[in-house]
Ligand binder design. Sequence first.
Ligand SMILES: [Zn+2]
Length: 479
Amino acid sequence: MRHTLFPQLLLLLFFAVQPAVGDEDLTTTYREDAGRIIGAALTDEEGWEKLTYLTTVIGARLSGSEQLEQAIAWATETLQDEGFDNVSNQPVDVTHWVRGQESARVVAPIHRDLAILGLGRSVGTPVEGIEAPAVVVASFDELEALGRAAVEGKIVVYAVPWEGYGKTVRYRGDGASRAAALGAVAVLVRSATGRSIASPHTGALRYSDDAPRIPAAAITVEDAEWMQRLVNMGHELRLALSMDATTLPDAESANVVAEIRGSQYPEEVVVMGGHFDSWDVGQGAHDDGAGCIAAWQALRILQRLGLQPRRTLRLVLWTNEENGLAGGKAYREWVGERIDNHVAAIEMDGGAERPLGFGFGLNGVEPDSGDPTYESALEQLQAVGNLLAGIEAGQIFRGGGGAHIGPLVKSGVPGLGLKTVGEHYFDWHHTEADTLDKIDPQDFKRAVAMLAVMGYVLADMPGRLVSADSYGPLAAASP
Ligand SMILES: [Zn+2]
């Protein structure tokens, strides 16, 4: 309690902390501006109000849906009203997959409804549905060991253990085609999460060209383990599945763009944002309404403080991350030859839990390789991170980026992804539970402060984070 009586002393202590590593000049030069930005972000209510509106009134925003286009129109209009520069929409054609009605049931050894979520891009079942015996497997190896004789005509249930998102998500992506290649008629995939409270997680699948396209849906962790137990106990499992899912012709959508034009090098750009689309369940709060609104509000805070950086700071609310990545690709195409002018790309798409800092990636560079360009950039970033130490959000991690800035990073643009503690993100994302109540307003405001400070300093600092010379060879190394 005592230290609340001495805010100045606390402030002095904070400023007296010397940066452990990095370019002290950046820390010193931007200390005062960063203090103002952080103060403004932590007391700002407008950003939270926007996130509340987006999640509560508009809600889930799947590519091709009216809600996504409503969100895009609202953001564009509001950004115009707020007086940003070059507010515009970049047209993007996006996948238009529609879930429709869906249900699944265990019909033997007992009757019981299953909670499911069809996987994005899945085909539907015939109108009368599919009823078939089921086979439960815990891995692709187990599936393939069973072979066609045991799999043909059956519904494959993947009761795969959680081994982290990157590993387990392969069953969501490839499970349908791998089972279809052995004659399966449908698949149910355990949700890609470690914990579950009876909430299935959707997400996109990938059909391969050399197998029939069969319906696929996610089931809960509870049901996957329960069905596995039934089979282990010697019961014959029989399932019924009905899905209306269908893919319509591509729909028109757009990336939303707005800028604070640079005062000295307006053609040089720091781009920052998140993806505005979400799955069609929940409210797209953590994934990725929070990232979009935090980046937007970061620009808004700078605008309000009259902080115009030397370079242009550009907000992009990318469309269609969840089932296509068309927004990120369209942005990269639009940038074209001007890629050399992109000084940095910052993405927030890991949820809005308590933030820790930023992960930093440079194309073609192993973060631990000691590469001098990478190390120099890392030092500068840590100097900026030091400005965020007071809100415990200034760590710079080796390696990082994001899905939508991926095409930019592949062309050599330094990429930063906002990092959080990540304790529950994968419990919520792509489920009905990705809702505003899961976000702590203080964590969200800290993210706004981080994006504003990082975006501002990278756009304003005298030199570029990475010399444009590094882009050529790096860009040539990949498409
Ligand atoms: Zn996302």
